[in-house]
Write a protein that binds this ligand. Structure first.
Ligand SMILES: Nc1ncnc2c1ncn2[C@@H]1O[C@H](COP(=O)(O)OP(=O)(O)OP(=O)(O)O)[C@@H](O)[C@H]1O
Ligand SMILES: [Mg+2]
Length: 330
């Protein structure tokens, strides 16, 4: 769908949401870890909306200093501040009739959060240094890699603005929760390297696929994309396990031999335990790794895998279904 690769249940659910909300003018808040594809989704939303022939204007709220961001968003009149030799039209006005993509909204300063709330509620902007309001017709799509609910609890993000933005929430799942999509994406990026850089498409063996499936991908799709480019450039036709960065091998123990025990102590925590650590997410990801390892080393024989994990077969089957884990066809 619009260059978004993936067929896992989590992604299909997301596509349905995108299609449902695209025609509306409601504000959409896209949340997901870094590199999960939030910008790609924002662009897809615009492209299937009735506003597709109008502008999609993107602003990275995290990359621009507060004062500059204010005039960037709302514009300024001539002489509004030192150096403002000419009046400037803000991005809100430029996006009128179209979509404004406010990326990294979680990084917006408290002062601008107040202004933003007003604009969203009243649908008018006031350029810096002006007392005149300008009406704007903008569909706002905001994104952040931060957990905004947590930011609200911590007092760093205004609750009223959060609710105003979060009219339609979209959650983009981390790559490690997308099962066989990892392989689809790897293949897609290898093909892209072939087309764009003129390299022959490299071969990836089933063993390497299993390593990909067991890795936690803290950098998500961006990490996979960069790795595929690196492998294309470095590998001579086929990728061997030695070509992979060591971190990919740390948590991976699928060797296709069901009699080989899998040392659980060898699995690693995907994220370091620091600010933003999400206990439930890490536990779920660790569970995925254990289940996939057991399944891959028993060639997806659920009876054997359940025995290996010392789980009831029904419990295992339920977990596989709930997590949307899929066998990779090769
Ligand atoms: N499902 C997907 N199919 C194809 N390409 C994808 C997919 N998801 C992400 N990408 C690619 O991965 C890269 C990162 O995606 P994107 O910039 O949209 O992520 P992001 O969530 O905005 O990241 P950040 O939080 O770091 O800004 C881009 O090159 C994008 O095209
Ligand atoms: Mg982004």
């Amino acid at each position: 769908m619009y260059g978004i690769i993936g067929k896992s249940p989590r992604m299909q659910k997301l596509y349905k949401m995108i299609e449902r909300v695209a025609p509306a003018t409601s504000t959409v808040l896209i949340q997901g870890d870094s590199g999960t594809g939030k910008e790609l989704i924002a662009r897809a939303l615009h492209r299937i909306s009735p506003r597709k022939d109008q502008a999609l204007v993107a602003v990275n709220c995290g990359a621009i200093p507060e004062d500059l961001l204010e005039s960037e968003l709302f514009g300024h009149v001539r002489g509004a501040f030192t150096g403002a030799a000419h009046a400037r039209v803000g991005r809100f006005e430029l996006a009128s009739g179209g979509t404004l993509f406010l990326d990294e909204i979680g990084d917006m300063s408290p002062k601008l959060q107040v202004k933003m709330l007003r604009v969203l509620q009243e649908k008018v902007v006031e350029p810096v240094g002006s007392t005149k309001s300008i009406k704007v017709d903008v569909r706002v799509v905001a994104a952040t890699h931060k957990n905004l609910e947590k930011e609200v609890t911590a007092g760093r993000f205004r609750e009223d603005l959060f609710y105003r933005l979060n009219v339609v929430p979209l959650h983009v799942p981390p790559l490690r929760d997308r099962g066989a999509d990892i392989i689809l994406l790897a293949d897609y990026f290898l093909e892209k390297c072939e087309k764009e850089m003129g390299y022959d498409k490299v071969d990836v063996s089933k063993d390497i696929h299993n390593i990909f499936l067991n890795y936690s991908w803290p950098g998500n799709v961006r990490e996979l994309e960069n790795l595929m480019e690196r492998l294309t450039v470095l590998a001579d036709g086929a990728i061997s396990i030695d070509d992979l960065p060591a971190k990919l091998l740390d948590g991976s123990h699928s060797n296709g031999d069901a009699n080989q025990p899998i040392p659980a102590s060898a699995f690693s925590v995907g994220a370091s335990i620091s600010e933003g650590f999400d206990f439930n997410k890490e536990v779920a990801s660790f569970e995925n790794q254990l289940i996939l390892s057991a399944l891959n080393s028993t060639d997806w024989n659920k009876n054997k895998a359940a025995r290996l994990l010392n789980l009831n077969r029904t419990t295992l089957v339920e977990k596989i279904k709930k997590k949307g884990l899929e066998k990779l066809e090769s």
